[in-house]
Ligand binder design. Structure first.
Ligand code: ZN
Ligand code: ZN
Length: 119
């Protein structure tokens, strides 16, 4: 599974809103990129930054319940249940978001993760 390109991460972040100023233009600060695929996303308007995790292969391997959760997520386009996880972010303490792709029609969409809400 090749790691997602940062350009694609930036593009797909525009489907969500900044936790602070509610705009949807983000960049990835490339200086923050670590060898484990973690980096910081930055709101281009208010400079709010948040962690972005791109190594989903490792994440899924270490979180055994994630594959089951991914099977339960339904696609807003075709209602198919089952997605693949591309990357995830933690927008705020209570707001973790998965960026997923429908395995049936390949629609890409963000999904709030209630699983991490209480960590
Ligand atoms: Zn902002
Ligand atoms: Zn679909």
């Amino acid at each position: 599974m090749p790691r997602i390109q940062l350009e694609e991460v930036e593009m797909r972040l525009s489907s969500i809103q900044c936790a602070i100023c509610k705009t949807n233009t983000f960049g990835i600060d490339r200086r923050t990129l670590q060898s484990d695929g973690e980096c910081r996303g930055v709101c281009l308007k208010c400079r709010y930054s948040f962690p972005v995790y791109t190594d989903m292969e490792f994440y899924v391997r270490t979180q055994p319940d994630i594959p089951y959760r991914l099977k339960e997520i339904s696609c807003p386009n075709c209602q198919h249940r089952g997605v693949s996880l591309d990357f995830r972010i933690t927008m705020s303490v209570r707001d973790a978001i998965y960026f997923v792709t429908c395995t049936a029609c390949h629609t890409q969409f963000p999904e709030r993760s209630s699983l991490e809400a209480f960590e």
